[in-house]
Design a protein around this ligand. Sequence first.
Ligand code: UT7
Length: 345
Amino acid sequence: MKEEIMFPVYIRSFGSFIPKRRVTNEELSKTVDTDDEWIRSHTGIGARHLAEDNEATSDLAEQAARNAVERAGMNLEDLDCIVVATATPDHIGFPSTACIVQSKLGLKKIPAFDVTAGCTGFIYALEIALAFMKDSHMKNILVIGAEKLSSITNWADRNTCVLFGDGAGCAILSTIESPRHLEDRSSRKFKEPGFIDSLLYSEGSGSEYLMVPSGGSKNPIMGGEVNIEDVSLYMDGRKVYTFAVRVVSETIVELLERNEMTIEDIDWIVPHQANSRIIQAASKRLKIPMEKFFLNIEDYANTSAASIGIACAEMQEKGLLKAGDVVLTVGFGAGLTYGGNLFVW
Ligand code: UT7
């Protein structure tokens, strides 16, 4: 097992924002042909939170950012860069949601940009931010995963509408000169928090399995009648499910192997929250106890690029993350993209 962290950047704090409106499975079953039993047994989802009509992805992202900055005991002005991972930007094409968040936070003269990698977006954005910090004088980067999936959901399609929710999760990456806290790490393997490794992959040949068919440059919508199916999320659930079980397992194994670790070295696996059955299947395949996986899909459903940030923020808030814990994130989604990060808290 690797004994030291090579590059001194660490996650100083997580933050999140969950919209107030909670919609249970029972409520959904009043408007679409489904029921609580089917949704729970096929996905592990019990409810989802949905943003208001006048709330955009940038509003959710802004609130999550404020939450993380407050938890970190920093000032907004300390942020050197904003990266937003989202599949549901405020606008198609431009401006980026990150620029809108920057304006809402009142920040000037810093870079702000979006990353599009489907549900793997948060994992991609963390690694991009880390690379940025290596080659610049930046000290603090805000990475946000934010989604208003309800804005691309066809509420008449039971195959997809029961699966998704809205929300935002974020992380502040800082250089080690600004320590989060001075916890005692004497009994832990890693004496400092930081990043160990990341994996980022894509299998573009599967791009048609999860997409919004129209509205982009391939099928622009310029006047005429708009079919709801064309502008809402389409997913071949079975294809994505099979892909997900395979790549969750592969990612965990590759991250462990290339860092000379075993599963015993990992304290937490934080997976993208798409379906608890995907995680159970990977857990069985790799013989990893389910207790190692943090799951909160029951309360929030699948929030795409926001799900891992929301999960980590909840773990931080509940005190589940202990100084020195080794955390492995693993995600998959549209693209088809997948990957994971390995870091010490
Ligand atoms: O975050 C991005 C990545 N996304 C994912 O990872 C999602 C991956 N896929 C999945 O999680 C699962 O494939 C689903 C949860 C989407 C579907 O579960 P499944 O066990 O693969 O079900 P299925 O698609 O094979 O459908 C089984 C049956 C069908 O009925 P018939 O054709 O067998 O009569 C569906 O029509 O379940 C029916 N069904 C529903 N029934 C009640 C599909 N959705 C519903 C529903 N309520 N909401």
